[in-house]
Design a protein. Structure first.
Length: 332
């Protein structure tokens, strides 16, 4: 990926080109331009070019009056018949009480080619105290398949200075949809040890008709010259109990200097009902290119295809690792 930009009021210009190095993906170039007439009014132009296929471009107008945001966009007609649509949107945030705010929004899309209208409206409540945040909201949409409704809610709280718990859920129904999703999670962090965990249930149209229960657990122990990481992931299609799959991983890095590290990793994925077990392992070296940014080169002699995004082809590989926390870019 290569990008370039120019940012100096009142003009912003960005160009991003993505060039696939393997597979059957097409190169893409995205161009965005914005001109600010004032802090409350700006016009823009965006164009996404998929080389060998076509492009999609739009002209936008954004304004703010008081605490209300207005957005208008027109998608230009494309050679493939896409585009030629007008979009309108409005949103605002209103204080309800000392710790409670409400968000309101509405949007509409008009397809000039088919004279079809899609509309939507939504509202959210956001409650925040020193140690807890809770949100709830709903969206109502109208389109070719009729009315659809989405309900969602979530809560997160800090039980101790080191431990946070979260819970969230979502339901969708109408307009040909009927799905549910729920998740529970935790995050623990102290000076030397941190851990993340999530249990997630998804069903109906949100799961493609295959109810699924999955979990993720990861942990890291770090010292000034080394780090050890471990993880356990599971996934089960509830209509097929024999589909239960578990994946375990363990890795370590030894830092020769504050900019150079060497490490090794191993992974195992197993499905007990079918008696299938696969292993993967590799060696790698990392160099710190920027604060919080590591470039890692490694070699995997077997190849490994696991749960989620855990995938490495056999042979050499290159990976970019980012570490983001409150110390990045400032003093500890």
């Amino acid at each position: 990926m290569v990008s370039a930009g120019y940012h100096r009021d009142p003009v912003d210009v960005d160009v991003v080109h993505t060039q696939p190095l393997s597979g059957n993906l097409s190169p893409e170039t995205s161009v965005s331009m914005r001109y600010k007439f004032s802090p409350e009014l700006s016009v823009g132009f965006t164009d996404k070019i998929t080389w060998g296929i076509g492009h999609s471009a739009a002209v936008t107008l954004d304004s703010m009056v008081g605490n209300v945001n207005y957005a208008v966009a027109y998608e230009l007609p494309g050679a493939s018949g896409q585009g030629n649509r007008a979009r309108f949107g409005v949103s605002t945030s209103l204080p309800v009480a000392e710790n409670l705010t409400a968000g309101l929004r509405a949007s509409a899309t008009y397809n000039v080619n088919t004279a079809q209208v899609e509309a939507g409206a939504g509202a959210d409540l956001h409650y925040k105290t020193g140690s807890m945040t809770a949100t709830s909201g709903t969206d109502i949409n109208y389109g070719a398949q009729g009315f659809g409704v989405v309900l969602r809610g979530g809560v997160s709280g800090q039980l101790t200075p080191n431990l946070n718990l979260t819970a969230d859920g979502l339901m969708e129904f109408g307009a040909g949809k009927n799905g549910q999703r729920a998740a529970l999670g935790f995050a623990y962090r102290d000076r030397d040890f941190n851990s993340l965990g999530t249990v997630r249930y998804v069903s109906g149209t949100l799961a493609g008709g295959q109810p699924e229960l999955s979990s993720n657990l990861s942990a890291e122990y770090r010292q000034s010259n080394y780090a050890i990481r471990g993880g356990l992931d599971t996934r089960t299609l509830l209509l097929d109990r024999a589909s239960f799959t578990a994946q375990a991983s363990l890795s370590g890095t030894y830092y020769l200097t504050d900019r150079l590290g060497v490490g090794a990793w191993g992974r195992m994925i197993t499905q007990p009902a079918t008696g299938t077990t696969e292993y993967g392992y590799g060696l790698e070296a990392s160099v710190r290119a920027l604060p919080g940014t590591w470039i890692t080169a490694g070699y995997n002699p077997l190849g490994f295809s696991g749960i989620g995004s855990t995938y490495t082809k056999q042979g050499a590989y290159l990976r970019l690792d980012l570490t983001l926390d409150e110390t990045l870019g400032g003093e500890k």
